[in-house]
Design a protein around this ligand. Structure first.
Ligand code: IPE
Ligand code: IPE
Ligand code: MG
Length: 228
């Protein structure tokens, strides 16, 4: 694949963890564990292919209305993830970032996430951003409020920098797993010209070869950005 045909930024809506577990007669929490275990491997594979930024949608603000038992399981996984895997990311040269409203998480989970982020700040191989307690509409509204507070009109470019994704380029490719075809409040402003790719596979089953297939598909598309 030639260099220009490789997306600089790939964003993944990791859906289907619950269905993955259900198919195996396992509790949903096992599906979340399997999904979480797949996150680093998948991003490593993307970085090896030349992708520079990977953003994974791990938990939406809307997901916070799920039953307490499921959320407690997910929070436990985040605690484990950021206390152990942050170190894995550091060792593998992956810079870890988070977008989302961490104040919506239990305080100890928020602290563990923040400590983990401190440990894996830098990394030359690529930037992995996890969207946790993230909702794109509220991110856009927060950016609009920031602009209002600054008291001056903003350009599209200024505005995009006020979003929580301000440091990273917009996604070139958005992949959704789990056989649903919607964005579910993910990177709505940023994805204006992203190529979209939908996989029938549940996230824990979405292998390196599936990512390669999505990258091939991306490479074959003509991005016109409204021109002819
Ligand atoms: C995605 O898997 C992870 C989260 C949204 C937390 P789901 O939990 O949505 O799995 P399904 O869609 O019910 O299978
Ligand atoms: C989208 O999945 C959110 C994440 C992957 C974190 P959902 O399972 O919450 O989306 P809907 O409810 O099917 O739209
Ligand atoms: Mg789902």
């Amino acid at each position: 694949m030639e260099e220009a045909r490789i997306p600089r930024h790939v964003a993944v809506i990791m859906d289907g963890n619950g269905r993955w577990a259900k198919k195996r007669l396992l509790p949903r929490s096992m599906g979340h564990r399997a999904g979480m275990n797949r996150m680093i491997g998948l991003s490593e594979h993307a970085f090896d292919r030349g992708v520079r930024y990977v953003t994974l949608f791990a938990l939406s603000t809307e997901n916070l209305a799920r039953p307490k038992e499921e959320l407690d399981g997910i929070f436990r996984l985040f605690r484990d993830y950021f206390s152990s895997h942050a170190e894995t990311c550091r060792k593998k040269g992956i810079a870890l970032r988070v977008i989302g409203d961490l104040s919506l998480l239990p305080p100890d989970v928020k602290e563990t996430v923040e400590r983990g982020l401190e440990r894996a700040k830098e990394g030359e191989r690529g930037v992995l951003t996890l969207a946790i307690a993230y909702g794109s509409r509220s991110d856009i509204v927060a950016a609009a409020n920031r602009a209002v507070r600054e008291g001056k009109e903003v350009s599209e470019e200024d505005f995009s920098r006020l979003l929580s994704t301000g440091e990273v380029p917009p996604p070139d490719l958005v992949i959704r797993t789990g056989n649903e075809k919607r964005l579910s409040n993910f990177l709505l402003f940023e994805s204006a010209y992203a190529e979209l790719c939908f996989s029938e596979k549940n996230f824990p089953d979405f292998g390196d070869e599936d990512l390669d297939a999505a990258l091939e598909d991306y490479a074959s598309r003509e991005r016109r950005f409204g021109k002819i």
